[in-house]
Design a protein around this ligand. Structure first.
Ligand SMILES: Cc1cc2nc3c(=O)[nH]c(=O)nc-3n(C[C@H](O)[C@H](O)[C@H](O)COP(=O)(O)OP(=O)(O)OC[C@H]3O[C@@H](n4cnc5c(N)ncnc54)[C@H](O)[C@@H]3O)c2cc1C
Length: 335
C-alpha cells in the first residue's frame, strides 16, 4: 500500500499533469512564506502561528481540475490552501499543516468574456489587473480597483480579502465591483451566481464570499463591473497647517456630493514619509488632502473648481494639477 504522500502525488499528477505539481524543497519553501503586515512588506515564515512547509504546490488551469482537487482533499482528509498573489498581509495563504496542498491559481488567468453592453468582464480568478488593462482599454473600458498591490494580487485574492483601493470613494471596494462568481464548494460542487445588477428577492450570495479568506470554497471565476475610460482626470494635492482644516475640507467636498474618485487626508508624517517622497516634492509638509475627479471633461472641470474653492476656503495651499498628475503616475511607488 503506497504512503499517503505517494498516493496523493500520483493522483495530483493524474489530475493536473506532471508540470503542474511540485514537491521540491524550493517551491515548498517559497510557498511557506508570505508578505507580512510590516510596511514595507517583507517575506516571513511562521509569524502567524506554526507555519509549515506544505506537502505540495499545485497550479490548476481549469475549474474541473479544482473540483478534482477538492474531492482528493476530502478523500485523504488534507487541507487545501488557495492563493493568488500571496500578498494579503494577514497570513491567510500560509499553510499550517505539513500535509497541506497550496493551490496557486495564477495559471487560471484568462479573460473569458468582455460584454460592452452589460459593461462587465468575466475572468478566471487567478488573473491580475494589468493582464486585463490592455484588452479592456482597447474597447474603451477599465476596471477601477487599485490597491497598491494590484500588479501582483489576483482577483480571487481581492474578493477573498474584501480589498479596497485608491479609487474606493467613487467606485466602491471589491464587493461593490463583483457581479457574479463561480466557486468550488468544500463538497466539490460548483456554485455559480447570476451576473445581474439586482437580485429581486433573497440574499445576494456573492457577499458571503467577499472577505471569506478561502474558508468557504475556492473562487474560480468572477464577473466584474467595468467602466468607460474617463475623458479627463484631474487630481490635486493641498496642504494645511492643521489636521482639522484638511478634514473639514474633505468633509465639505463629500457633503456637497462632488463625488471624487480619490480622497485622502494625511498627517505630517504621511506627507514626509510617503507623499513627498513619491511625488519627489521634499518641501511638501503639513497635513495633506489628495482629491481628484474623473469622467467627462466638462463635469471634471466643474467638480475640480468647486473642490478647489472649498479647499482654499479652509486654508489649503494648492500644489497644482501637475503634482496631482504625479500622484496618479507614482501611486504604486509609495511603499
Ligand atoms: C504594498 C501593499 C499594499 C497594500 N495595500 C492595500 C490596500 O490599500 N487595500 C487593501 O485592501 N489591501 C491592501 N493590501 C493587501 C492586498 O492587496 C490584499 O489583501 C489583496 O486582496 C491580496 O490579494 P492576493 O491575491 O495577494 O491574496 P492572497 O494573499 O494570495 O490570499 C489572501 C486570502 O485569500 C484567499 N484566496 C486567494 N485566492 C483565493 C481564491 N481564488 N478562492 C478562495 N480564496 C482565495 C487566501 O487563501 C487567503 O486567505 C496591500 C498589500 C501590499 C503588499
Amino acid at each position: 500500500m503506497p504512503s499517503l504522500e505517494g498516493r496523493v502525488h500520483d493522483r495530483l499528477r493524474e489530475i493536473l499533469g506532471e508540470a503542474h505539481v511540485s514537491n521540491n524543497d524550493l517551491d515548498r519553501f517559497v510557498y511557506s512564506g508570505s508578505a507580512n503586515v510590516a510596511m514595507p512588506p517583507r517575506r516571513v515564515v511562521g509569524e502567524f502561528g506554526p507555519g509549515s512547509l506544505p506537502a505540495f504546490v499545485v497550479w490548476p488551469e481549469t475549474t474541473p481540475q479544482v473540483v478534482e482537487l477538492v474531492h482528493l482533499a476530502n478523500q485523504e482528509k488534507i487541507p487545501l490552501v488557495p492563493l493568488g498573489g500571496s500578498v494579503g498581509l494577514r497570513g491567510g495563504s500560509l499553510p499550517l499543516s505539513r500535509n497541506a496542498i497550496v493551490v496557486d491559481l495564477k495559471k487560471m488567468h484568462k479573460i473569458l468574456d468582455i460584454n460592452p453592453s452589460a459593461m462587465t468582464v468575466t475572468v478566471q480568478a487567478g488573473i491580475v489587473r494589468p493582464e486585463m488593462d490592455e484588452e479592456l482599454a482597447a474597447r474603451g473600458f477599465w476596471f477601477p480597483h487599485d490597491p497598491p498591490s494590484h500588479p501582483v494580487s489576483a482577483i480571487g485574492g481581492f474578493i477573498s480579502t474584501a480589498a479596497a483601493g485608491w479609487w474606493m470613494p467613487k467606485y466602491g471596494y471589491m464587493g461593490d465591483l463583483l457581479l457574479a462568481l463561480e466557486l468550488v464548494l468544500p463538497t466539490g460542487e460548483i456554485l455559480r451566481t447570476k451576473p445581474v445588477m439586482k437580485h429581486s428577492v433573497g440574499p445576494n450570495l456573492n457577499w458571503l464570499f467577499v472577505g471569506a479568506g478561502g474558508t468557504l470554497g475556492i473562487i474560480t471565476e468572477a464577473t466584474l463591473k467595468i467602466y468607460p475610460l474617463p475623458e479627463a482626470r484631474y487630481t490635486r494635492v493641498y496642504t494645511f497647517d492643521a489636521f482639522n482644516k484638511a478634514y473639514r475640507a474633505a468633509y465639505e467636498i463629500n457633503r456637497r456630493d462632488l463625488n471624487p474618485y480619490v480622497m485622502r487626508v494625511g498627517d505630517d508624517g504621511h506627507s514626509k514619509v510617503y507623499l513627498g517622497r513619491a511625488l519627489q516634492a521634499p518641501d511638501l509638509t503639513g497635513y495633506t488632502l489628495v482629491v481628484g475627479f474623473d469622467g467627462m471633461k466638462e463635469m471634471v472641470e466643474l467638480q475640480d473648481r468647486l473642490a478647489r474653492e472649498i479647499a482654499l476656503h479652509h486654508g489649503g495651499k494648492d500644489w497644482g494639477l501637475e503634482l496631482g498628475q504625479r500622484f496618479w503616475d507614482t501611486r504604486l511607488s509609495y511603499w
